[in-house]
Write a protein that binds this ligand. Structure first.
Ligand SMILES: Nc1nc2c(ncn2[C@@H]2O[C@H](COP(=O)(O)OP(=O)(O)OP(=O)(O)O)[C@@H](O)[C@H]2O)c(=O)[nH]1
Ligand SMILES: [Mg+2]
Length: 448
């Protein structure tokens, strides 16, 4: 998953809390040390880590657990809240105004992921009903226009390039009138480093002539803490309005990059989680942290759902989720549309209660396999069993297993996952995700 190691370490740490007998100073000290170790190995700046853990410790030792929360829950909640505030509470969204076009220019270091991210953002807004186009202003790397063209044509988004023209501004001006047809125009620029004067000059000219409404800095997560300096320098030169942290899928340094953006006061708008067009998410610290801690991220899941299924279906799903009223058919539908949405393992992290399932990396095919078996199982269930899975006892499970050519274990596992999801969803109830932990009773295994 994203920040694999960091997440795993944090989850281990919280499990220790769950398994402990008393919440006392030595447990808190141990927790704080574990969190420090986890964050530092995730490349987060040491002084930031110390600041964060100091807060956690102070709160843990001094605050009374509010009514309704056990001491352990309160402790986990403190970790959750402090991690969220560490990443910057609120969600930063680009507000697309209704002017035509709303121009978003992407800037960043060589190879940081600008062109790929344009494909992803184009896909993101197209799926939300906006008319999107892209224009290629990278006149320095010969293959750049063709790369942009291929990325956008693959998702049927019009693209404007000129392989002969060597002046970026001229390319823009050549097509300027055409752009009025679109809601969103995505502008690809050349990779540059903060020290190359000529390229800095170029970006300043583009900025002052084109006047983009949004200026997104793309930072690759693998630069870790160096993200801070980059964010600051790019900000000086082109007044960055938001950051995309790309390649969060492939690095242990993501924690460094994310926290560095916070220090540089650069709001993270999107994160890139892979090379494919759908591997983009809006960045929401509450959901992000809860997924990191293995608690699922309903908001991100619903957002993905909006892309894969019709709006009505999504609303339906949202309603059922929020009311905690969903049955096996819904669980299966949910799994199946998730399959359409992208990689199974990434999505499982978003389903409350499933993030904690330890999935060996090479077991993903087994997961797809499991989905198939679930389908056979569902086909062998009667209507009333599908609607009230709680009533499936051992003898029924045996019958269903026989009928579907699966094992009783498979049937039981499906029921167990259903129950887990349902429980978590119910707890989130009228879900303000930031209050998630307060309703979290019983969500972490063994936490009472
Ligand atoms: N794993 C992973 N790879 C990514 C992600 N985003 C981009 N990449 C890869 O990073 C490499 C560089 O991406 P580009 O989009 O070409 O980067 P760029 O900033 O446009 O590069 P220049 O135009 O040369 O400055 C490509 O191989 C991409 O597939 C991501 O979120 N995850
Ligand atoms: Mg590029």
């Amino acid at each position: 998953m994203v920040l694999d190691n960091l997440g795993e370490k944090l989850r281990e740490t919280l499990k220790k809390v769950a398994g402990s007998v008393f919440v006392d100073e030595s447990l808190v000290n141990e927790l704080v040390k574990d969190i420090q170790r986890a964050l530092i190995s995730g490349d987060v700046n040491v002084s930031l880590v110390l600041e964060l853990t100091k807060k956690i410790k102070e709160r843990a030792l001094n605050e009374e657990a509010p009514t309704g929360l056990s001491k352990k829950e309160h402790l986990v909640n403190i970790v959750y809240e402090e991690l969220v505030s560490f990443l910057g509470e609120e969600k930063n969204e680009i507000k697309i105004e209704s002017k035509k076009p709303f121009k978003i220019m992407l800037v960043g270091l060589f190879g940081s992921g600008k062109t790929t991210t344009i494909g992803k953002i184009a896909n993101y807004y197209t799926k939300r009903g906006l008319k999107v186009a892209g224009v290629g202003l990278d006149v320095h790397r010969p293959a750049a226009p063709e790369q942009l063209k291929q990325a956008l044509e693959a998702i049927n988004v019009p693209v404007y390039i000129d392989k002969e023209e060597k002046n970026a501004l001229k390319i823009y001006e050549k097509y300027d009138k055409e752009f009025k047809k679109y809601d969103v125009l995505l502008i690809d620029t050349a990779g540059r480093d903060a020290l190359s004067d000529e390229l800095i000059k170029e970006i300043k000219v583009l900025n002052s002539k084109i006047k983009p409404d949004g200026r997104l800095l793309v930072l690759s997560a693998d630069i870790g803490q160096a993200a801070q300096k980059q964010a600051e320098v790019f900000n000086e030169n082109c007044d960055v309005t938001g950051v995309v942290v790309s390649k969060l899928d492939g690095t242990a340094k993501g924690g460094g990059a994310l926290s560095a953006c916070k220090v540089a006061k650069a709001p993270i708008v999107f994160v890139g989680l892979g090379e494919k067009v759908e591997d983009l998410e809006t960045f929401n610290p509450t959901g992000f942290v809860s997924r990191l801690l293995g608690m699922g991220d309903i908001e991100a899941l619903l957002e993905k759902a909006k892309e894969a299924i019709t709006e009505d279906d999504a609303k339906d799903m949202e309603k059922k989720f929020l009311k905690g009223e969903f049955n096996l058919i819904d669980l299966y539908d949910q799994m199946e549309s998730m399959n359409k949405m992208g990689s199974f393992s990434k999505l499982l992290e978003m389903v409350p209660g499933m993030g904690q399932l330890k999935l060996p990396k090479d077991a993903l095919n087994v997961q797809e396999d499991k989905l198939k078996r679930w389908k056979y199982i569902l086909n062998s269930c009667s209507r009333s069993e599908l609607e009230n899975p709680e009533n499936i006892d051992t003898s029924r499970a045996e019958r269903i297993a026989k009928g579907s050519g699966t094992s009783t274990g498979d049937v039981k596992e499906l029921i167990k996952q259903y129950k887990q999801s349902k429980k978590m969803i119910k707890m989130m109830g009228s879900g303000d995700p930031s209050k998630l932990m307060k309703k979290f009773k019983g969500g972490m295994p063994g936490l009472k």
